[in-house]
Design a protein around this ligand. Structure first.
Ligand code: PLP
Length: 407
């Protein structure tokens, strides 16, 4: 990661603002040269002090923060250009649109463009129609069928299945480098590498959905950085806006340039307030060296949970890296989540039997110790205080992930 100090954007000259946007943003808005710096009531004021009566401010104008933010995201990711969204699902939808647009641009001589999309079994990509179409879990999909056609699912980490399904018609392969909602499963080096090769060979987009795993969660800026090769497109969201709604699509130049003005857009995504907040988030991560904190606290948390797993044998497996940790239970997880809340711990359960921890990157050593102490009591207590659901879950014998076999 580059160590350059983050520019706040505030006070930048219009020339610098234009130059950074031209270099780091996808070319989706045709913006006039004026840069608005502030407003009052219906009035807007530009960097030269001129006053304007506002009848519709939006992303059709420059703002001082998008350029520096896009630049920082490009530096962190190794990708070239950025498009801002309001959520992770929107970023995923936009990434799919870029892959399709790229394929359209490549189809010549009246040939039909590639339209097929590959995603992974056990995936989660969001709730909009595009993102839902590449989300594997039936209960999320079925109430809304039919979804976007042309999607096929590949068995998790199964290279042979990937090779068999990566046909000539595929324009995109979407991978969560760490499946979060799916129960914290890491994509293998071999699977990623083959995915990269096949995507390149077929001129398809390798899309890394880093909405959950990205921006520091694993102790790296992006989870894919451990693989040694880049995706063509990456999506981020969750922590980016520091709790405000924001996402982004990052893409290498060939894919980014598939979008031209008017093809994609969003009225307020990446507006000045939220972009300033996101810049601050990235600055704090760098200045407080939070990647290191994520790695160190993550290791402490993991070691502590593994010690607990030796005592509580219904913890079948502990997975994850950095501050994304999953505990695969042989029993239902919900009673533990409830008991944890009673004891002042906010944790989460996914896929019925995986307890998942996604602590903030600033979590301290003492917080980790406190969690482990209280969580030990939760593990000891929850089955007794929630005997009904617990007993049912044991009888129903929640299936170990079929996926585990494929890891
Ligand atoms: N992609 C992944 C990997 C996610 O984990 C999520 C949300 O959990 C999304 C996309 C959707 O993000 P959002 O809820 O911001 O739309």
């Amino acid at each position: 990661m580059a160590k350059k100090k983050i520019s706040s954007g505030k006070g930048s000259s219009p020339v610098k603002i234009h130059a950074e946007e031209a270099r780091y943003l996808m070319n989706t808005y045709r913006r006039p040269p004026v840069v608005f710096t502030h407003g009052r009531g219906c009035r807007l004021y530009d960097s030269k002090g001129h006053e304007y009566l506002d009848l519709h401010i939006s992303n059709l104008f420059h703002n001082p923060y998008q350029g520096p933010l896009a630049r920082k995201l490009a530096e962190w990711s190794g990708l070239d250009r950025v498009f801002f969204t309001n959520s992770g699902a929107e970023a995923v939808d936009g990434a799919l649109k870029i892959a399709r647009a790229y394929a359209h641009g490549k189809s010549v001589d009246g040939r039909a463009p590639k339209t097929g999309i590959l995603a992974l079994e056990n995936s989660f990509h969001g709730r909009t129609f595009g993102a839902l179409s590449i989300t594997h879990t039936p209960k999320y999909r079925e109430p809304f069928a039919p979804l976007v056609p042309g999607v096929e699912f590949v068995r998790f980490n199964d290279v042979a299945d990937l090779e068999a399904k990566f046909g000539e018609d595929v324009c995109a392969l979407v991978i969560e480098p760490v499946q979060g909602e799916g129960g914290v499963f890491q994509v293998s080096q071999a699977f990623w590498q083959r995915a990269r090769e096949l995507a390149t060979q077929h001129g398809a987009a390798l899309i890394a959905d880093e909405v959950q795993s990205g921006l520091g969660r694993t102790g790296r800026a992006f989870a894919y950085q451990k693989f040694g090769s880049l995706p063509d497109i990456a999506t981020v969201a969750k922590p980016l806006g520091g709790g405000l709604p924001m996402g982004a699509i990052l893409a290498g130049e060939p894919f980014a340039s598939a979008l031209t003005p008017g093809m994609h857009g969003s009225t307020f995504a990446g507006g000045p307030l939220i972009s300033a907040v996101a810049l601050e988030f990235l600055r704090v991560i760098e200045e407080k060296n939070l990647f290191e904190n994520v790695r160190e606290r993550g290791a402490e948390l993991r070691a502590g949970i593994e010690r607990l797993a030796e005592r509580f044998d219904f913890i079948r497996e502990v997975r994850g890296e950095g501050l994304i940790i999953g505990m695969d239970l042989a029993v239902e997880g919900a009673p533990f989540v409830e008991e944890a809340l009673r004891r002042g711990l906010v944790i989460n359960c996914t896929h019925d039997h995986v307890l998942r921890l996604l602590p903030p990157f600033i979590i301290g050593r003492r917080d980790v110790a406190e969690f482990l102490k209280k969580f030990e009591a939760v593990l000891a207590q929850a089955p007794k205080s929630a005997a009904g659901p617990f007993a049912t879950a044991q009888k129903a014998s929640v299936q170990p992930m079929a996926l585990a076999a494929a890891r």
